[in-house]
Design a protein around this ligand. Structure first.
Ligand code: FMN
Length: 449
């Protein structure tokens, strides 16, 4: 039985994303990523179509191969320049009324105190429509140079992430009680009994004193997470309310969703308290042939040399220095281990071909609208998914194709809810709860006053 599917729209405040470079494609409009018009139109497209949220990915750092930045990364706009996702989302608050707005934020690079204030500000101004995608930053080696901080190993970054969460829970849940802000001109502005000092003294963070922002409508923004390594899943099962998984077969997706739900249960949460959403892409044509030709035009728009730079950005590995027949099993990284492990049974040559087609992003479902809808239902059913994060291969043309041709079929089949004008917090909308707060069983709610 397929669940009512949640839908997110994956976007990125840069021209390209996911390690591919499609900006030259004639239908790509995101090469204008620095214009408010692009974002206003994209948010309206998502809200009118009934997406639950707009998600902005983010990365710090840049592509380097053996310590040198290849020119092609710059000339093709692989990784830079980009805009700050939280500020782009702030600009979209007045342009939307129902759409959830989810920003990616790294726990490795920025102090939790300033980060907590930024997210609370967004949640307050949007009336509780904010989510945070917690990342430990796979592309850490260049990012730490830029921030002048020490490199932290892969698994240890999740230890650090867990401590970061303790600090932000204290600021979001403990520092200001819900009704601390009275704002009564004949009484007090804020109730001193309901504003509390926080204290945190840990291995990575120290924070003592008062929260800089009052409690926001959701307190803690909806917590998204996407780590797929064992340490990443453990963290996601504990803190995540919605988990993104990469694309795959129904069997692979079931493996991911079962593992994440098992982690949630280990942490005293219900298996269905965590919403598992698979990244997906679709190239839609009126016939299968037309869809295949459209997909070929995506690969043709890219330079193969960029593929090497792009894979190195995620993993630190220069695949051009290995024989194409080298088994991937022989390679190791301290950056994104998922991007090596998922090719365990492949060769370097296989990976170069795969990465050229869709980078770190989902392998598109290529076909007619019916074929795409059928495949989504099959994956959701077999993979025990709660929804999809749709990533446009060519933004916004691929999103428009999906909205116009595939979504109506999914609604007809009853697996996606009709568009509703109702407004609520993102947590209520996404998790189907009737409270804007973290669930009682969530570790963050233990901090709530
Ligand atoms: N990592 C980022 O640094 N920024 C992102 O915006 C981001 N978005 C992601 C979206 C999806 C749909 C998926 C599946 C992953 C995303 N990731 C992103 C990567 C994960 O958060 C994680 O950092 C990466 O998989 C490395 O951690 P791991 O080794 O635990 O898997």
């Amino acid at each position: 039985m397929v669940k009512q599917l949640r839908l997110g729209l994956f976007e990125n405040a840069q021209a390209n994303d996911s390690g591919t470079s499609t900006w030259r494609h004639p239908d790509n409009q995101r090469y204008l990523f620095d214009r408010l018009d692009y974002w206003g139109q994209t948010a309206k497209l998502a809200e009118d179509a009934g997406f639950d949220f707009l998600f902005l990915a983010d990365a710090w750092g840049w592509a380097e191969v053996n310590g040198t930045r290849p020119d092609i990364a710059t000339t093709e706009g692989l990784d830079l320049p980009r805009l700050d996702p939280a500020i782009v989302l702030a600009a979209l608050i007045p342009q939307t009324t129902r759409l959830g707005l989810v920003a990616t934020g790294s726990v490795l690079l920025e102090p939790p105190y300033s980060f907590a204030r930024r997210m609370a500000t967004l949640d307050i101004l949007s009336g509780g429509r904010i989510g945070w995608n917690i990342v430990t930053t796979g592309t850490a080696d260049t990012a730490v140079q830029a921030f002048g901080v020490d490199m932290v190993g892969h698994d240890e970054r999740y230890v650090m992430a867990d401590e970061f969460m303790q600090v932000v829970y204290k600021l979001w849940e403990e520092a200001w009680e819900r009704d601390a802000l009275v704002r009564d001109k004949n009484g007090v502005f804020a109730d001193a009994d309901k504003v509390h000092r926080i204290a945190h003294e840990g291995k990575y963070f120290r924070s003592h004193g008062y929260g800089n922002t009052q409690r926001s409508p959701q307190g803690t923004p909806v917590l998204f997470q996407a780590g797929a390594s064992p340490a990443g899943r453990e963290f996601g099962g504990k803190h995540g309310e919605a988990i993104f998984v990469g694309s795959g077969t129904a069997e692979q997706l079931l493996g991911h969703s079962s593992a994440i739900r098992a982690e949630a249960v280990k942490n005293g949460r219900r298996a269905d308290e965590v919403k598992v959403m698979s990244a997906m892409a679709a190239i839609v044509g009126s016939t299968e042939e037309e869809a295949k030709a459209k997909y070929a035009s995506v690969a043709d728009a890219q330079d193969p040399a960029l593929t090497v730079a792009s894979y190195a950005w995620f993993t630190g590995l220069d695949l051009s220095s290995f024989d194409r027949d080298t088994p991937m099993k022989e390679l190791h990284t301290e950056l994104s281990q998922t991007q090596v492990a998922r090719f365990a049974d492949k060769t370097v040559g296989n990976v170069l071909d795969d990465w050229h087609a869709h980078g770190v992003g989902a392998r598109p479902i290529v076909g007619t609208p019916e074929q795409v809808a059928d495949k989504m239902i099959e994956l959701a059913d077999g993979g025990d998914l709660d929804g999809f994060l749709f990533a446009p291969t060519i933004p916004p043309a691929s999103t428009k194709d999906f909205v116009e041709h595939v979504l109506p079929i999914l609604r007809e089949r009853g697996v996606v809810a009709p568009v509703s004008e109702e407004t609520s917090t993102l947590r209520e909308r996404l998790l189907g709860t009737d409270s804007p707060d973290l669930a009682e069983s969530h570790p963050g709610s233990a901090y709530r006053r």
